[in-house]
Ligand binder design. Sequence first.
Ligand code: AMP
Ligand code: MN
Ligand code: MN
Ligand code: MN
Length: 340
Amino acid sequence: MSDDVSAISPTSPSSETHDIDVAPESSQAPLRVQPRPLPKRFESDIDVPDIDLHMHSTASDGGMAPADLVALVARRGVSRMSLTDHDSMEGIFEAQQAAAALGVTLMPGCELSVRWRNQTIHIVALMPDGAGDALSAGLVQQHEARERRSHEIAARMEKIGLDNAMERAREQATLNGSGDRPLSRPDFARALVEAGLARNLQDAFKRHLGSGQKGDVKAHWPEMEEAVGWVRADGGVAVMAHPMRYKLTRTKRGELLRDFIAAGGEAAELVSGFQNIDRARDLARQLDELGMYASVGSDFHFPGGPLAPGSMSPPPRTKVPPVWCHPRLATFFDAPIATI
Ligand code: AMP
Ligand code: MN
Ligand code: MN
Ligand code: MN
């Protein structure tokens, strides 16, 4: 899968991770971020809105601990965020504690790996009331699926010469912030680089772990319909993550989005990190035709790369309503309600 090619910086998490501290020790009052009002429409003159609804921490494959990430978010003047770790909400509690102290509004969330027509697709779940019974059970299932998948990936990587693949990937996970979470493909990618079997992360994905390669094991993920059901059952809004990053024609993307809507999906990421403005305009037209809400997110993983919390291309002007104006999310974000 090459969906997240731009999501990760080739650099390892820098020591910055540990130095981030919003309030200098000498300062008495903690620096609290000042929220700006959220717009009801994407105007051409709004730059990056004061919100970032897609980011990762060490609870999945990100490089920063949840509290450090929130501190960086606040320091960058972003006052509303969602933490959307892959198939996990383990970082939410820590992030919420930090967010409360810094005046950041934090929407509980996660990024679910699902199957659609035998492709891996990512769904961002925005959960104003947190995970209820349905998503909690779903996340247990995802955790198990990830465990099983990691053994299968390890077996396949051993075949191409990565001895003790499981242990090596675990070691990489530990070096990158957390040794006790389920493994993800970047852990195997780093192990391949470390063992001299790939030049860098990109190369490891291109040759061994990306779409269509040996290590792209996707059989364990639930069908898209099932996972969207968990989100809806618990009062959340399901957002199609980075719709332009899948290798799909416009027509196929339309089919994906229609199936997503039929399953209960309501929004898609109009902006994901840095992207081409013409393609974003085209996506906006498609979302408008389908009557969807639009979300924005950096898909930030690591400091030291091209992306940071709140850094993303400006959205194109469109009448598609922002997802923070969705009736189930607007109160949480203190935003105006817009119905489609
Ligand atoms: P997993 O959730 O275990 O399938 O791992 C997917 C993650 O791998 C994505 O969320 C990205 O963070 C990362 N990733 C995917 N493709 C690439 C790539 N080509 N180069 C670097 N990282 C990637
Ligand atoms: Mn990732
Ligand atoms: Mn993704
Ligand atoms: Mn992501």
